[in-house]
Write a protein that binds this ligand. Structure first.
Ligand code: NAD
Length: 469
């Protein structure tokens, strides 16, 4: 059985210890993941420090060309990495699964390499000229979760190195191996030390974020860990990009053609078995449309095949880990004991962390499945009589990552969109992120944005050159 390895200073390292990784669809062993010790964190950060100056001195064009080479490597190895993602994370190869995740990795690599962030004259008169330059921050500590392990790692790595930083990445302890393989491959295009990895749980993450030689923290994960990251950032006054959990509301406006939107609503909620930060987690529908929504979503859910995602005909896989599996079961059972209408779909395999696709009706705000981020395939469908009440419900929680409005007339929806308290409000789509469009949370879903020009700025500091004429 293979033991996967960290990359430090361009070299694969011998692990201090290792642990076994199992396929969430069938419990089979996938091999061993390395576990870094504190010394390895020190070595990885030191190698990033050593590489950073000369990497930053290269021209912008040279760095962009290197990033384009990385995109090519990702493209050439996409099937290999997609299969590893499916075996390790659980999302199927087909549909919006691991091949889709690899396509996103390629796109989110190509786009930052095609953007320009030139110095900007911010003020000029007869006496002075002030130009704002964007310079790298130094060493970026990048910490990612287990739901879209490679895509989220790419979101953090690529803008950082494109702008002249170096990176130490810590994948989630649940999904390290596909990420380690991706980093090993990407390193073929990079000078040693520009991109390093360390592995382990929160204690290793904490060692990395508290390290005196890191200069920026990129973090995607839960709100609870996010608060610890903020504390860690005080050590070095490190700027942070925080992408935290969501509990996205979708509101279907009265009288909308439900058949026309049902498939997009379904995938908006069940993408990656609901284990997506910006998935629909609460669906608000008008009393008059409730039965139609229930029946259209039921019809779609009943056609979906659950199973091991290596089977090309499977579109719905398992949950990624036991912790998540137990948590979602508990929220469904709380809804069941609260008298909700629970409708389950799909033949659940008898091995692995599978749950049926679950629609939950007769449920209200205040019940746990509505108020907590369920991060699984269980969608609460909440009735409203007045649109105003639905907007109030959508805004009542602390989470503010995404939200969506669904209507036959997009203009009506646009007028309401600015009243929803979320980093992105989608109309007639949900979770439709794009590498050119800034993405980030409001309220307790974090701060700072990724993607596009704003995402590049977030991995730099500003330096003003001010000339007296
Ligand atoms: P998590 O917070 O438990 O773990 C995330 C990462 O942080 C892991 O690598 C973990 O090892 C590390 N970590 C844990 N404690 C740490 C500490 N004290 N210091 C440094 N690192 C530490 O989150 P998770 O369960 O892996 O991911 C699920 C959560 O991520 C959900 O809430 C989801 O909504 C959120 N998420 C948000 C986005 C977004 O873009 N906003 C995207 C995906 C996932």
């Amino acid at each position: 059985m293979q033991t996967y390895q960290n990359t430090v200073d361009g070299t694969l390292t011998e692990p201090a210890s290792h642990y076994e990784i199992f396929n969430p669809a069938n419990g089979q062993s996938l091999g061993f993941a390395p576990e870094s010790d504190e010394q390895e964190v020190d070595r990885a950060v030191q190698s990033a420090v050593d590489a950073q100056k000369s990497w930053a001195e290269r021209s912008d064009q040279e760095r962009c060309e290197t990033v384009q080479k990385i995109a090519q490597i990702l493209e050439e190895n996409s099937e290999y990495l997609a299969e590893l993602i499916t075996r390790e994370q659980g999302k199927p190869l087909s549909g919006p699964g691991s091949r889709f995740e690899m396509q996103a990795c390629v796109g989110w690599t190509q786009v930052p390499a095609s953007l320009k962030l030139a110095p900007e004259v911010v003020y000029e008169d007869d006496e002075r000229k002030d130009t704002l330059h964007r310079v790298p921050l130094g060493v970026v500590a990048a910490i990612v979760p287990w739901n879209w392990p490679l895509m989220i790692a790419i979101w953090q790595i690529i803008p950082a190195i494109r702008m002249g930083n170096t990176v130490v990445l810590k994948p989630s302890e649940y999904t390290p191996i596909a990420t380690l393989e991706m980093v090993r491959l990407i390193n073929q295009a990079l000078p040693a030390g520009v991109l390093n990895t360390v592995t382990g749980d929160g204690a290793i993450g904490s060692k990395l974020t508290h390290h005196p030689d890191t200069n920026k923290i990129m973090f995607t994960g839960s709100e609870a860990t996010g608060r610890r990251i903020i504390e860690a950032s005080a050590r070095n006054l490190s700027p942070i990009t925080l992408e935290l959990g969501g509990n996205d509301a979708a509101i279907v406006m009265p009288g909308t053609d439900i058949k026309a939107i049902a498939m997009d609503l379904f995938w908006g909620a069940f993408l990656n078995m609901g284990q997506t930060c910006a998935c629909i987690k609460r669906l608000y529908v008008h009393d008059d449309d409730y039965e139609a929504v229930m029946s259209e979503l039921s019809a779609i859910a009943s056609q979906m095949k659950l199973g091991d995602g290596m089977d090309e005909s499977v579109l719905i896989g398992p949950l990624q880990n036991n912790m998540q599996f137990e948590k979602v079961k508990e929220l469904i059972s709380d809804a069941r004991s609260g008298g909700c209408d629970i409708r389950e779909f799909g033949d659940v395999p008898n091995k692995g962390y599978f749950l049926p696709l679950t629609l939950v009706g007769n449920i209200k705000d205040g019940q746990r499945l509505v108020d907590e981020e369920q991060f699984g395939p269980a969608l609460p469908i909440i009735r409203y009589s007045e649109l105003e009440d639905a907007i109030g419900c959508a805004n009542r929680l602390e989470a503010g990552l995404g939200a969506s409005l669904w209507a036959d007339n997009a203009t009506d929806a646009s007028e309401l969109a600015t009243r929803l308290e979320a980093g992105t409000v989608w109309i007639n789509q949900h979770g439709a992120i794009h590498p050119m469009v800034p993405f980030g949370g409001n309220k307790a879903s974090g701060y700072g944005v990724e993607f596009g020009i704003e995402g590049l700025k977030a991995v730099t500091q500003s330096r003003v050159i001010s000339i007296k004429k």
